[in-house]
Design a protein around this ligand. Structure first.
Ligand SMILES: Nc1ncnc2c1ncn2[C@@H]1O[C@H](COP(=O)(O)OP(=O)(O)OP(=O)(O)O)[C@@H](O)[C@H]1O
Ligand SMILES: [Mg+2]
Length: 256
């Protein structure tokens, strides 16, 4: 299972990604978290309790080299779902470009630190290729912490995954984004599920009314001061978080 977590900036993507990763590890899965947030310098390492891995784009000799390699490979007219940059298993992910804690391995695609860079294409292409090339054993799971917004749909990152989970917090932007993603049925190549986040007794029923019907809501993380506190203090999140367990159970049922 390769699961992409998306949503608006600040909706709780990294928090949900970390809770689900920790939950998978808690029940004995080996997990790869792919940090595909290329524009946000801070990754989910603190929430996972791992170190900061080197950017994977460095393994491929940087942005220019990835761009040139992708161009050359594309001209060779290879079928779109063929991994173009190689394949990896949990064990063969380059060690210097990942960091591990408690059964969770973090891989960071790369952070655009140079503010003059206008085109994210090489990073997005690498994210897609790395996910596509991850060859999973039965006990392995992949969670992609995606860039805010829905650009990754157009870049085919969703198509490299088995399902997309959109995190929806109580905000107008989240509702609009859910509507746009839901309306992009032709674009989104895999099942799209919703999870609500940071809700309370007032916002939960209201939010449920305004988000598009048709995509299952597979879980709801109420506003939790402990999660917020762990986030602010930069502490690792726990496994065994009940909502995370419920989300993964629902996902397993829906994905068969
Ligand atoms: N259920 C929750 N209850 C309380 N606080 C939460 C909850 N989920 C997330 N938060 C807090 O909301 C803030 C944003 O969360 P997070 O960093 O996970 O969002 P994000 O979508 O990954 O943001 P970005 O777009 O910047 O990557 C953090 O301070 C986090 O601790
Ligand atoms: Mg984040």
């Amino acid at each position: 299972m390769k699961l992409m977590i998306c949503g608006k900036g600040g909706s709780g993507k990294s928090t949900v990604a970390a809770l689900l990763a920790k939950q998978y590890a808690h029940v004995g899965k080996r997990v790869v978290v792919v940090d595909a947030e290329v524009s946000t310098v801070l990754g989910p390492h603190r929430l996972l309790g791992t170190g900061v891995p080197q950017d994977l784009i460095g393994y491929f000799n940087g942005e220019k080299s990835v761009r040139e390699k992708m161009k050359a490979l594309r001209q060779a007219e290879i079928p779109p779902e063929t991994p173009l940059l190689g394949t990896w298993t949990y064990d063969t992910i380059p060690q210097d470009f990942s960091s591990e804690n408690d059964g969770v391995k973090l891989v960071t695609i790369g952070k655009i630190r140079d503010t003059t860079v206008a085109c994210k294409s090489p990073w997005m292409a690498l994210a897609r290729q790395f996910i596509l090339g991850l060859d999973l054993a039965e006990n392995d799971r992949v969670i992609v912490d995606a860039e805010a917004g829905i650009e990754h749909f157009g870049r085919g990152i969703d198509a490299a995954c088995d399902a997309v989970l959109m995190v929806i917090d109580p905000s107008h932007e989240s509702v609009r984004l859910a509507e746009r993603a839901s309306g992009m049925a032709d674009f989104v190549n895999v099942p799209l599920y919703f999870v609500l986040n940071k809700t309370d007794v007032n916002t939960s029923p209201f939010l449920r009314k305004v988000i598009p019907a048709g995509n299952p809501i597979i879980g709801e993380f109420p506003h939790d001061p402990e999660l917020l506190r762990a986030g602010i203090e930069g502490r690792a999140l726990p496994g065994g978080y009940p909502v995370a367990a419920a989300v993964l159970d629902n996902l397993a049922v829906l994905q068969g």
